[in-house]
Design a protein around this ligand. Sequence first.
Ligand code: OSB
Ligand code: MG
Length: 370
Amino acid sequence: MRIDGIVLREIQLPLVRPFETSFGVTRHRRILLAEVRSEGLVGWGECTAGERPYFSAESTDTCWQVILSELGPMLAAAPDLEHGGDCPKLFNQVRGHQMAKATLENAIWDIEAQREALPLSTLLGGVREKIPCGVSLGIQKSILELMAIIEKELAAGYQRIKLKCKPGWDVDVFEKVRSRWPDILLSCDANSAYRLRDQEHISAFDQFDLLMIEQPLWHDDFFFHSSLQKHLKTAICLDESIRNRRDALAAIEMESCRIINIKLGRVGGFSEAIAVHNAAMERGVPVWCGGMLEAGIGRSHNIALASLENFSLPGDVSASARYWAEDIIEPEVTVTSKGEIEIPAIPGRGYEVRTDLIESLTVRKETIRE
Ligand code: OSB
Ligand code: MG
């Protein structure tokens, strides 16, 4: 495919309510969108980097810089690009910067699905017609407020509740939630808030029958998660630590986790996400699709990815309205009363991009051509 041009832009979008994790509070998103034009088709990519480099080393601004100065020009000049799957090799010389790479690679898959007139999920090898959904609930001002939110999300049908946690917002919270809802699928996500000295404290989580404890220790660690997992009944799930297939293999081999969260941005795009998925499936390790407070384009890509067979646990991909007053796609993402998202069965990403709305939200824009 010939690349005719890439428009990189930043949009700003306020969240309907703040989202607090152990690493900070997000109120407004600054999201990069890549619009790749090729032979009459337009593919979209959404960058999942945070505003600050707190989840990983990348941020909205590092991605802007790397796409403009390195990856965008490489893509615009690519001699014989045919598939989304050709991108990792094309970008190989640039080390790291997975979220920046994913922004462009995913746009190429988006184009390829249109070119082949296949639903993106089918192009990726997906087998599901709908995906099971959970919600990720940020740290709240009080347990009472959290309980009210859980009540609402369960009534909406969501199949799993994930609680963000950190020292001081963990055991007491799990205790209250578990005693009110003894049977729900419940998990927690520490985003690396604990250290080895907390091992006894984390072991106390075992009494709450959690589906998993997500990323309790360092963002880049396998070794100490492996030793912690030996002391826990509850499965550890790794998020931040898994940047590629090799990481997944190491984590599985070392028994650093029993479940893997796959995020498109964190692993560098659809190709590597599929590779992580396959490696985990071959070894009997279930995966689920994580979220990064995406707007509609990223959300639609997550939905397509989660149609693959081994995405057997409810993920963090949920309805647009939980995050946005108005999403940048049409229709917005909705969840059935059974807590499922139906995978669009139409060619491409399955949702229209609202270009006028995007234009009005744009705060900076650059065009990249060969
Ligand atoms: O660790 O899964 C995470 C949001 C921002 C950064 C990291 C994480 C999250 C979430 C939200 O948990 C998931 C969502 O998009 O709903
Ligand atoms: Mg996480």
